[in-house]
Design a protein. Structure first.
Length: 149
C-alpha cells in the first residue's frame, strides 16, 4: 500500500511541478488559476502522504521496539505542522510561490530521511541482531545503511 501511495503522490507532485520544478511558468492557456490549483493539489497530497507514511513508520518502529520512537515521532509532528502551515498560508493567499515548500522538503530530505530515518533503521536492525541471529542478507543491508550514514 505504501508504494502505491508514494507513487501516486510523487506522480501528482511531478505533474504539478513539471520539468522546470517550482519555478516553472504556466503553459499557454493554463493561466495562474491552473498553476495555483496544481500547487494546492500537491500540498493536499503531501499532507495526506505525510500523515499516512508517518503513522505507518511509527507503528513499524513501535513493533520493532525502537527506543528513540518518542523523539522520532516529535520530528514527524514538526514536519506535519510545517506542511499544514504552508497549506494554510497558501489557502489564505499569504503564500504565492512554491519555493518555501521546496526548501522545506529539501531540508527534510537532507536531515530527517538521510539522518534520523537511516539511524533508526540501523538501530532496529542492531537490536534484532542482538536479540537473535540474523540472516546474511539482513546483515548486509544493515552494513550498507550504516555505511551511508
Amino acid at each position: 500500500m505504501e508504494a502505491k501511495v508514494s507513487a501516486a503522490a510523487l506522480s501528482r507532485s511531478t505533474t504539478a511541478q513539471g520539468a522546470g520544478g517550482a519555478d516553472r511558468q504556466p503553459a499557454a492557456g493554463h493561466g495562474e488559476g491552473r498553476a495555483r490549483q496544481e500547487v494546492d493539489e500537491t500540498i493536499e497530497n503531501l499532507v495526506f502522504y505525510v500523515r499516512y507514511h508517518f503513522a505507518w513508520e511509527e507503528q513499524w518502529y513501535d513493533q520493532h521496539g525502537f527506543k528513540g520512537l518518542a523523539a522520532h515521532t516529535a520530528e514527524h509532528e514538526l514536519l506535519t505542522r510545517d506542511v499544514i502551515q504552508l497549506q494554510t498560508r497558501l489557502q489564505e493567499g499569504k503564500l504565492v510561490a512554491a519555493v518555501p515548500l521546496m526548501r522545506l522538503l529539501q531540508g527534510w530530505l537532507l536531515t530527517h530521511i538521510d539522518g534520523s530515518d537511516k539511524a533508526a533503521v540501523a538501530a532496529v536492525l542492531r537490536a534484532q541482531d542482538a536479540a537473535a541471529p540474523i540472516s546474511a542478507s539482513v546483515r548486509s543491508r544493515m552494513s550498507r545503511i550504516e555505511a551511508r550514514g
